[in-house]
Design a protein around this ligand. Sequence first.
Ligand SMILES: C[S@@+](CC[C@H](N)C(=O)[O-])C[C@H]1O[C@@H](n2cnc3c(N)ncnc32)[C@H](O)[C@@H]1O
Length: 247
Amino acid sequence: MVDGKEGIKIDGFEEIFLNKIHNLDCKIGFKKIPDNSVDLLLTDPPYGISRTLNCDGQRLGTTAKLSFDFGKWDEFNHEWFEEALKKVRGWAITFCAKKDIGNLWNILEKNGFIAIDVLVWQKPDPVPLNGKSKFLNAWEAAVMGKRGGAHWGGYCTHNIIKYQAPKGKTRIHPTQKPLGLIKDLIELTTKEGDLVLDPFMGSGTTALACKQLSRNFVGFEINKEYCQMAEERLNQTEKPHTISLTQ
Ligand SMILES: C[S@@+](CC[C@H](N)C(=O)[O-])C[C@H]1O[C@@H](n2cnc3c(N)ncnc32)[C@H](O)[C@@H]1O
């Protein structure tokens, strides 16, 4: 590792710096990361947003409403997932639309991972939309898989985790995940000093969780505004970031 003007350069990574959210399309970012170098892929790509119930109408804390139009993202193929998996030597966890669970499970198995589970994030206070005609959406799914021998820090841990979705001033992104949920997943699947990759950082929840838990991260976020907000959120935590990478 070399500590330069732009940040800490990691051996074998091209123009990618440790513990930084890069304002970059992840498909370009993946090409700069060596294969089998990441202990945990933990991410939350855009999903479930191209239907009539999109995020544009939702209120955000004190921040002005942000446009969140990803057009065809829900129809996207999962090429990004296959590319990301090549980088992983430990766990891979991705939140996803319910209809994509089977596809992502198959991609894990096709790429040499052991597909382990579908984690449920239970939302105690779901958005009361269309409550007269269908269930409220009180859970989100995350598909989980691992390479053989990957670390597991849990013991008799349930695969349903309950957290309130971020609200009010703490919510700066329309699909922000609860910090506690992301911290639980990082603690279960990594050790201190491990490297976490999140190619769809949004408000930087994964980055903040890593900083608080002494894990390292590499992040990508294509939207400049979110990227800046995420960096600011990260800088508000004074805890110094760990830099000793596990081998
Ligand atoms: C569902 S949000 C992630 C929210 C995040 N988990 C959080 O807690 O704030 C997905 C993010 O991916 C970003 N994104 C979309 N396409 C991308 C791409 N090709 N490369 C990098 N980021 C992308 C979007 O701008 C959006 O902020």
